[in-house]
Design a protein around this ligand. Sequence first.
Ligand SMILES: [Zn+2]
Ligand SMILES: [Zn+2]
Length: 96
Amino acid sequence: MDSGAAVAGAGAGARAAEKLCRRCKVSYDPSGNTRLSCRFHPSLFVCRRHDDQKRYYELRDGDPPYAAKFYDCCGAEDPDAPGCTTDLHRSYDDDD
Ligand SMILES: [Zn+2]
Ligand SMILES: [Zn+2]
């Protein structure tokens, strides 16, 4: 009952296991993780009026007060807007 094949162990040349970033949901190579790798918004996408009348949204006449939807960090109004901050990717294994 000899299978003949050695148990696959730590094979040379094996690719580093990729990890999934819990922040940007991208899989990445931990060995190439730099402070510029992860692009994200540090704050949430919110839906509320800009109380402080910042530059990025002005309610027009007829807009309900909840018309403004934007990232609280940078004011981007597109949910798919690229992140305004970069940092190391963080996997689900990492502590915060
Ligand atoms: Zn990331
Ligand atoms: Zn942002």
